[in-house]
Design a protein around this ligand. Structure first.
Ligand code: NAI
Ligand code: MG
Length: 352
């Protein structure tokens, strides 16, 4: 029997409330489809740990993860410390050290969910945002100057490399070729005159290798409007780190709730473990009350199974998500219901 070594990092707030339901789902599927999952839990890698010991994870944390087949993460972040410290103390080192250069965020409007967008009809909105995940606007190049004086300044450089942009574009084009064959590239080459024209040139260049994919490019501002006005026109949307981050939250909101949206941080070359996590954060406003929607974490676990070679098990999960939303009115509060996390999970497991 195949056995997969999984690292579990619940993190902070509702991160720790949504991972156990995802683990229950994984165990059901392992039994059904005949694979084993061995978990190593890193329960204290969190803001609590940072506030106590000055680091989100131990000094050899990355080495502890290196031999795992995949990482399932809840969320990190606490109102008691700055967000850039928690993000750069755990998530970003994992993404960068393990060269998880593709961030994949699928968006679907399920039957039984009321999208806040009138034109977002179930079954018609089904696309994927492919976000560049290790370079671009989120760079450490830059600095602060004249701190505390009236002429204080901050400079931050965006870094776009031919290798880095090319590999994420290739992943996006290949994904579009397997799906409906349409790719949209997010740009802003009218305003950002160096990096974005470079991005656009590489899109045009790579498109030649994927003649079966039709593609276009949209400026990020116009694209944001189109996500709301015509969300059903997209198949694969490829974007730089910052643009992809913003677009995927917008898309998750169009789909009905950020509580459902999943994400995969992929190392497609499989030299290192990939990491799977819901799009949402630690939600301090509802943490500790047992009312978080576990679907984002459950769907992320399904993406992990797909990556580990269990596409059939992953489909069981997305089918059960569709079923629980279409056939029952059991909903957590973010979707207008009153079910607790555990009540919702129980209904979900019955349908699974
Ligand atoms: P958030 O996603 O935690 O919450 C935004 C809103 O959505 C809140 O009202 C929250 O209650 C609701 N929400 C989110 N997930 C939900 C779920 N599963 N079920 C029901 N409601 C849900 O984003 P926010 O408030 O901007 O950030 C809170 C903290 O999380 C910050 O410290 C931030 O840095 C961190 N964060 C961490 C991320 C990660 O670990 N990948 C991603 C985004 C934010
Ligand atoms: Mg985000």
């Amino acid at each position: 029997m195949t056995d997969h070594r999984i690292a579990l990092i619940p993190g902070d707030g509702i991160g720790a409330e949504v991972l156990p339901p995802a683990q229950q789902v994984l165990d059901v599927l392992g039994r059904r489809h005949g694979f084993g999952l061995t978990y190593t839990a890193y329960d204290d890698w969190s803001c609590e740990r940072y506030l106590r010991e000055g680091a989100m994870m131990p000094a050899d944390g990355l080495d502890q993860l290196r031999d795992k087949d995949a990482i399932l993460l809840g969320a990190v972040g606490s109102p008691r410390m700055p967000d850039h410290v928690s993000l750069w103390g755990l998530l970003i080192p994992i993404r960068r050290s393990f060269r998880q250069y593709v961030n994949l965020r699928p968006i679907r409007v399920f039957e039984g969910i009321d999208s806040p967008v009138r034109g977002a009809r179930p079954g018609e909105v089904d696309f994927v945002v492919v976000r560049e995940n290790v370079e671009g606007e989120y760079s450490q190049v830059g600095g602060r100057h004249n701190t505390g004086f009236p002429d204080e300044m901050a400079v931050q450089e965006a870094v776009f490399t031919r290798a880095g942009v090319t590999r994420v574009l290739d992943h996006a084009f290949a994904l579009a070729a397997q799906r409906k064959g349409r790719l949209t590239s997010a740009t802003k080459s009218n305003g950002i005159v160096h990096t974005m024209p470079f991005w656009d040139e590489l899109v045009a260049e790579r498109s030649a290798s994927f003649p079966q994919v039709g593609w276009d490019q949209e400026h990020i501002d116009a694209l944001a409007a189109k996500f709301v006005l015509e969300p059903d026109r997209f198949d694969v949307v490829v974007a730089s780190n910052l643009f992809g981050d913003i677009l995927s939250d917008l898309a998750a909101a169009v789909a009905g709730s950020i509580g459902i949206a999943p994400a995969a941080n992929l190392n497609p070359d499989r030299e290192f473990p990939s990491m799977f996590e819901p799009v949402h954060g630690s939600a301090p406003d509802i943490a500790g009350r047992g009312i978080a929607n576990p679907l984002g974490a459950i769907w992320s676990a399904a993406m992990m199974l797909d990556h580990l070679g269990h596409a059939d098990a992953a489909k069981d999960v997305t089918d059960a998500i569709a079923a629980v939303l279409a056939k029952t009115d059991v909903r957590t509060r973010d979707l207008g219901g009153t079910a607790t996390t555990s009540e919702f999970t129980e209904t979900f497991l019955e349908l699974l």
